[in-house]
Design a protein. Structure first.
Length: 259
């Protein structure tokens, strides 16, 4: 009996809920990526209704996940061989758009006997070589500031306009003007603009849909350009639809000098 009582405290430790303490600059997206889970899972587990986090806040983490902390010399290929999986499975499981990994990065591993997750449908695939995605990734982390429109800070509509300006497509400056200028679509495809209304009936926020249920936007909550889930309850509640960006038509040929 004494041995059983001696083991009880350690059993309690083993069964304790895994947690994470929010640090300055953390977002739900970065925490989810770091711990091999999803924004939706973190929100459900912690009863969150918004993405807003406070430094020092303690979040519960999903249990039962196998993870690996990337060490110097690790590659996705070497990790796949070590853990009996594939590079493609590790990339899908961790939401990676390229095989590049960093020292200290936490990767989720397939559970023992777990079949690799199926690949996403081809039309929704995120291709890191697409000019649109390359342009979006260049702005990740740029600070959000209402009314700003510069490489040092920008707001949501300025981010969208700058990304498309790099692709040779001119968009109106404000969210409302972009919403009115573009054609509505029922289901968004990668590259479409997605609109929200946080303050009422008028649209007041915009982002770029990237596929696989995620979109990029200059977030006032995250205070910078981030990639987040369009399926999160917080965004589904204020979602007002998607609009398709069409490149400007080619100019008509110049009239002939002869009749």
């Amino acid at each position: 009996m004494r041995r059983a009582f001696f083991l009880l405290p350690f059993l309690g430790l083993a069964l304790a809920q895994a947690t994470y303490t929010v640090a300055p600059g953390d977002t739900l997206y970065s925490i989810a990526r770091r711990h091999g889970t999803t924004v939706e899972a973190l929100m459900r587990l912690n009863g969150l209704e918004s993405f807003l986090l406070q430094p020092g806040q303690v979040l519960k983490l999903p249990q039962g996940k196998r993870t690996h902390v990337v060490a110097p010399g690790d590659t996705l290929f070497s990790l796949a061989r070590r853990y009996g999986t594939t590079v493609e499975a590790l990339m899908r499981l961790n939401g990676l758009s390229s095989p590049e990994i960093k020292v200290g990065q936490v990767l989720r591993l397939p559970e023992e006997g777990e079949a690799p997750p199926p690949p996403p449908p081809e039309p929704e695939a995120l291709d890191p070589e697409r000019p649109l995605l390359r342009a979006v990734l260049r702005y990740l982390g740029v600070p959000y500031k209402y009314g700003a429109n510069s490489p040092l800070a920008l707001d949501c509509s300025a981010f969208v306009a700058q990304v498309y300006a790099e692709l040779g497509v001119a968009l109106p400056r404000t969210t409302k003007e972009q919403y009115q200028a573009l054609s509505p679509v029922e289901a968004p495809r990668p590259g479409d603009l997605v609109f929200f209304s946080f303050g009422g009936e008028e649209v007041d926020h915009v982002g770029i849909y990237l596929g696989r249920g995620v979109f990029a936007h200059a977030s006032s909550y995250g205070s910078r350009v981030v990639i987040e889930s369009l399926e999160a309850p917080f965004y589904r509640k204020v979602y007002r639809g998607a609009r398709r960006v069409m490149a400007s038509p080619e100019p008509p040929p110049a009239p002939s000098a002869t009749r």
